[in-house]
Design a protein around this ligand. Structure first.
Ligand code: FAD
Ligand code: FO1
Length: 473
């Protein structure tokens, strides 16, 4: 095949030692190169992946084969066996799909990914290294190390957002209402069908899929007391199955029922979106094409595009996305004014972790997360806000919420999580509400509010400690 695929250059930035430079013109390539490397990280999939499509274009233009590299760190934020099990089984499938296209897929275990990509590029005489976009600090550090040592051009492609995060805004957006008009203005330019990469094939006869998740799991040093869950099966194929099932059975009533944690009338896409097993653009294209309830389609796309991409914007431009300093001034002032308010209840991290508060509704949410690896979205707001109410300081609350979220959620360690917790505890992307103890002007939520929304007793009964299912402790 010799014609290249269409890709919007606004997705692409060159990573230079003076930072990220909006791409223009053609990719430079190192002389005497023997391959093009896709350093895969956030977007763990072969299909509908703009970073891989960019590699294919340069493979075609320069007649150089692609190699995919995944650098596995033995520990990643608060990830446990649960998340590594999901990710590595997903990567087994990704490797198989790469090999179907004749693309070698290497997985290297190294606590310093930046260094291992430099060595890999040298070993395979890479002419270009392309990686995918990720706003988390840890990933920016990895790329910083790589960019210093790489002896070839290094590019980043936003394969995670429908509208590239670095392009849609150059600052922290105040709230959804400031980002939404930009999304709606640009959506037609970016919500476009993906090229079919099946047309791309590399002649590689001796490729074998030689990684087993089981073996690699032995080399990671993570907590193993938090078991894998059977509620979500990993990988791109399962992601597509779940999407089809959502469209068929739940999309119609999404608008009306999505906030009722007893009904589970949500897409459950977040674990696969987090690990990049499916692109939000693929989901958006399929949802938009449905002849379904317009209010449900609109509210789903609002969450999938505006809310999700607002989270990337927050983490990209607010390096304090995981701490108190990231909150708006009004929120910091207000929370500070209530630091010495009496807390009727206070719990420490381990009491929260073992769902031992006085509140059966909160405990049920914690148990749902520990048992299934995914707490219902409505309950996450209540869950985080109660941690603010039952800890001595907002800093402690945020740190406990992040720890629990990133330890037990399959979709944790994600821009959506840091932003969701900052929204709940620090009013980020929210407005000031009338003043009250402890919360100050941060939006308050209580069990009565939940009772007016859904059958709280039923939710508690379903997720109680002595309920059947995986043993908790
Ligand atoms: P659906 O309702 O089916 O939505 C589809 C997709 O839209 C989601 O997968 C997600 O990508 C996006 N989306 C939906 N709601 C939000 C939102 N509020 N913010 C950003 N994107 C959204 N999401 C995570 O992916 N990982 C987390 O760790 C996480 N932690 C959270 C913690 C708190 C305290 C709060 C308030 C929210 C958190 N969220 C997190 C956001 C949201 O709750 C989840 O994305 C959603 O519940 C995932 O389930 P779903 O895919 O079934 O959602
Ligand atoms: N990305 C990597 O490139 N290498 C890893 O070893 C790795 C481990 C990992 C474990 C749990 C988890 O939730 C995410 C992990 N990621 C890893 C990052 C992931 O691919 C996403 O890029 C980010 O977490 C989302 O921003």
């Amino acid at each position: 095949m010799n014609e290249t695929f269409a890709i919007d250059p606004r997705r692409i930035h060159e990573i230079t030692d003076s930072g990220y430079v909006q791409f223009s013109g053609d990719f430079a390539c190192k002389e005497g190169a023997e391959c093009i490397v896709y350093w895969m990280s956030r977007d763990q999939r072969i299909h509908d992946n703009w970073a891989l499509i960019a590699c294919m274009n340069h493979s075609i233009k320069r007649r150089l084969p692609i190699r995919i590299l995944f650098t596995l760190v033995p520990e990643f934020l608060d990830a446990t066996l649960r998340q590594y099990h999901f990710m590595l089984h997903g990567l087994e499938e990704v490797q198989k799909q790469a090999i179907e296209l004749g693309i070698p897929f290497d997985l290297i275990v190294d606590k310093n990914p930046g260094k291992s990509v430099i060595a890999f590029a040298e070993k395979h005489k890479a002419g270009i290294v392309i990686t995918d976009f990720d706003p988390l600090k840890i990933k920016l550090q990895w790329k910083q190390i790589a960019s210093i040592g790489l002896q070839c051009p290094f590019y980043e492609v936003d394969a995670h957002n429908v509208i590239p995060a670095r392009f849609i805004s150059q600052k922290t957006e105040f709230a959804a209402y400031t980002l939404r008009p930009k999304v709606h203005r640009l959506l037609d330019q970016f919500l476009v069908p993906f090229p079919d990469v099946q047309l791309f094939k590399q002649a590689n006869i001796h490729l074998v899929s030689n990684y087993s998740a089981k073996d690699i799991l032995k080399s990671v040093s993570v907590r193993r007391d938090i078991q894998p869950v059977s509620t979500f099966s990993p990988g791109p194929n399962s992601a597509m199955d779940a999407l089809r099932s959502f469209i068929e059975h739940k999309l119609e009533a999404y608008g009306e029922k999505r906030n009722d944690p007893n009904l589970g009338n949500v897409s459950d896409m977040s674990p696969w979106l987090h690990f990049g097993n499916i692109s939000s653009q693929t989901i958006a294209l399929k949802i938009k094409a449905q002849e379904s309830n317009k209010e449900s389609i609109d509210s789903y796309l609002e969450e999938l595009i505006v809310r999700k991409e607002l989270a990337d914007n927050y983490c990209l431009y607010t390096s304090d996305y995981d701490n108190f300093n990231g909150f708006h001034n009004w929120a910091q002032t207000s929370l500070n004014a209530h630091r010495s308010d009496i807390r009727e209840y206070t719990y420490d991290q381990s009491q929260f972790e073992s769902a031992e508060t006085h509140d059966p509704l909160w405990n049920a949410a914690q148990i749902e997360m520990m048992n299934t690896g995914k707490m219902h979205g409505y309950m996450r707001m209540y869950w985080a806000k109660k941690i603010l109410e039952w800890t001595q300081t907002p800093e402690e609350a945020q740190s406990i919420a992040i720890y629990l979220n990133d330890t037990y959620e399959l979709d944790g360690r994600d821009a959506n999580g840091y932003t969701g917790i900052a929204w709940s505890i620090g009013g980020v992307h929210d407005r000031a509400w009338f003043e009250r103890p402890i919360f100050g002007k941060i939006r308050y939520m209580n069990a009565n509010g939940c009772k007016s929304k859904f059958d709280v007793k039923r939710y508690i009964a379903k997720h109680s400690a002595n309920q059947g299912g995986i043993s908790l402790f």
